[in-house]
Design a protein around this ligand. Structure first.
Ligand SMILES: Cc1ncc(COP(=O)(O)O)c(C=O)c1O
Length: 461
C-alpha cells in the first residue's frame, strides 16, 4: 500500500510503495531528485525535517538522513547546522537538462562574482586564429580523416611533455586521451571504473558532487561525500566510506581553495595503494599560482593509481571544449573505447591548433599575462574586503581565480545573495555546511571588483 507524504511542511509529492521492487531509500532519493530537476522543488525551498518525513512515510529517520546526505553530496540539497535542509541554489533545473547557462552580464550591471570562468574579454583570439590557420596549413591530408579517437599523437606528445615540465607528471603520449573537457573526461573515467567493478566513488564535500553525482548514478555507482578541512580531503573519513575511487582537486580545492598538504597527499596515495583505489585528480586550476611554491600533480607521485584530468577551460576558454586524461595502463583502453563510442574523437583541427599554440610558446605567454592580471585582481579583492569587511576571513587565495569569504555562523547566505542581486551584484554561495561565499574574479575586472564590494559593503554581516 503506497504511503504519501502529507505533512504540514512544504508540498512534496513523494510516495513510498513497499510492494515495489526498488528499495525504500532509492524510491525516496529518485523522487526528490526528479522533483528538483523538474523544478517542482525550487532552489532555496526548505525540505521537511528528517524526523517529520520519516514519520509521515513510516521510514526510519536514519534512512531519510542518509537520503538527504546523498542528495547533498550530489549537490541537489544543502544544509547547515540548526537550519532546514534546502534545495541547493545551483541544483539541476530539469530532467536530463544541462545546468542553466550562466546569467547574462546585464543581470549584474555593477559586478558579477561568478566563479569558474576566465576573463572572456582577454581570450587570445588572435593567437588562436593564427594557430588554427597554421594547423590547416601544415596538417597532412591524412590528418583530415577520422583520426585516432584518443587524439593525434602530435598533440598527445605536446601535452605529455607540458604535463611533465609544468606539473611534474609522469606521462608519455601513450598515456593520454584527448577529450572535450573535464566534464566528458569524468564521464569516461566513471564509466571505465564502473565496468571494472567499482561500486562506490567518493567526492570532496563541498566539491564537485553536482557534476559527479549524476554521472555516477548513470553508471550505476553510489557517490558518497567526504569532508574537506583546512588541509584538504579528510583521508581518514575516506577510509570509512569503503569507496574504491575518489575525485579530488588537490591544486586548489573546489570550492574552498585549500591546497592539499604534503602529508595528506601521502595519506591519499597510501589509501589508494592499500585499497587498489583510484584517485581522480581534477587539475583544473593548476596554471594560476601566486604566492606559494608550485605543487606538482598527484599523478607524478603515483602514476599507477592516479587519473589526472586537464582542461583549457580556465587557461584559454571554456568554449574550446578541449581537455585530456592521463590514465594508468589498466584504465587506458576502457577509457579510449568509451571515447570512441561517444564521438569517435574530438575535432582534429582544434587539436592540432592547440599543439601549435603550445609549441609556439604563445600558450605560455598568455598564461604569464593572465597570471599577472589575476594576481592584481586578487589583490584588489583583498584590499576592498579589508576596507569594507575586515572582520570576515577571506581564504583560498593561493591559486586560481576565486576566493572564499566566511560569513558569521547563522548568517543568511541566500538572503544576502538576493539583496546583492537587487543592487546589481552577482554573489554565489558555497552550499556547504556553513555560510560562505565563493567570490570569482576571473571574469570580473578590477574596477568591477571595487564597485561590487563597495555596493554590498553594508549588507555584509
Ligand atoms: C572543479 C572544476 N573542474 C573542472 C572544470 C572544467 O570543466 P570543463 O573542462 O568540462 O570545462 C570546472 C568548470 O567549471 C570545474 O568547476
Amino acid at each position: 500500500m503506497p504511503v504519501e507524504w502529507a505533512g504540514s511542511g512544504p508540498e512534496l509529492l513523494v510516495t513510498i510503495d513497499r510492494g515495489r521492487g526498488a528499495g525504500l531509500r532509492t524510491q525516496l532519493e529518485d523522487q526528490l531528485r526528479a522533483a528538483i530537476r523538474a523544478g517542482r522543488l525550487a532552489a532555496g525551498e526548505p525540505l521537511p525535517s528528517s524526523r517529520e518525513l520519516a514519520r509521515a512515510l513510516s521510514l526510519s529517520r536514519g534512512l531519510v538522513q542518509d537520503c538527504y546526505a546523498q542528495l547533498q553530496a550530489e549537490g541537489y540539497l544543502t544544509s547547515r547546522p540548526g537550519s532546514a535542509t534546502r534545495v541547493a541554489a545551483a541544483a539541476m533545473p530539469a530532467t536530463g537538462a544541462p545546468p542553466r547557462p550562466p546569467a547574462p552580464a546585464e543581470q549584474f550591471p555593477v559586478a558579477d562574482f561568478r566563479h569558474g570562468v576566465p576573463d572572456l574579454s582577454l581570450v587570445p583570439r588572435q593567437d588562436w586564429a593564427w594557430a588554427v590557420r597554421e594547423a590547416c596549413r601544415t596538417m597532412p591530408d591524412a590528418a583530415f580523416d577520422y583520426g585516432d579517437p584518443v587524439g593525434p599523437v602530435r598533440l598527445r606528445e605536446v601535452l605529455a611533455s607540458y604535463a611533465v615540465r609544468v606539473r611534474a607528471a609522469s606521462a608519455t603520449a601513450a598515456d593520454l586521451i584527448v577529450c572535450t573537457g573535464t566534464q566528458q573526461a569524468l564521464g569516461l573515467v566513471v564509466g571505465a571504473l564502473a565496468a571494472a567493478g567499482v561500486g562506490t566513488i567518493a567526492v570532496e564535500h563541498p566539491g564537485s558532487g553536482r557534476t559527479l553525482g549524476p554521472l555516477a548514478e548513470a553508471a550505476g555507482m553510489t557517490c558518497v561525500p567526504v569532508p574537506v578541512d583546512g588541509a584538504g580531503l579528510d583521508v581518514t573519513a575516506l577510509r570509512r566510506t569503503g569507496a574504491r575511487a575518489v575525485l579530488v582537486t588537490p591544486a586548489h580545492q573546489w570550492p574552498t581553495g585549500v591546497v592539499l598538504t604534503g602529508a595528506r597527499r601521502q595519506e591519499l596515495i597510501a589509501w589508494a595503494r592499500e585499497h587498489d583505489g583510484v584517485v581522480i585528480e581534477d587539475d583544473y586550476d593548476a596554471e594560476f599560482r601566486y604566492d606559494r611554491e608550485p605543487v606538482g600533480s598527484l599523478q607524478g607521485l603515483a602514476p599507477d593509481h592516479v587519473v589526472s584530468l586537464g582542461t583549457v577551460s580556465k587557461s584559454l576558454a571554456p568554449a574550446l571544449r578541449l581537455g585530456w586524461v592521463i590514465a594508468p595502463g589498466r584504465l587506458r583502453e576502457p577509457i579510449a573505447h568509451r571515447k570512441w563510442l561517444a564521438d569517435r574523437g574530438s575535432p582534429v583541427v582544434d587539436q592540432f591548433a592547440l599543439a601549435v599554440l603550445i609549441e609556439s610558446g604563445r600558450y605560455d605567454r598568455h598564461l604569464r599575462r593572465m597570471r599577472t592580471e589575476y594576481a592584481a585582481r586578487r589583490d584588489t579583492l583583498v584590499a576592498a574586503l579589508r576596507r569594507h569587511a575586515p572582520h570576515l576571513p577571506l581564504t583560498g587565495l593561493a591559486a586560481g581565480f576565486h576566493a572564499v569569504l566566511d560569513l558569521p555562523a547563522g548568517a543568511d547566505e541566500q538572503q544576502l545573495i538576493a539583496r546583492a542581486a537587487h543592487r546589481g551584484v552577482g554573489l554565489y554561495g558555497v552550499a556547504g555546511s556553513r555560510p560562505q561565499l565563493v567570490l570569482g574574479f576571473g571574469n570580473t575586472s578590477r574596477r568591477e571588483i571595487e564597485a561590487g564590494i563597495s555596493a554590498i559593503a553594508d549588507l555584509l554581516p
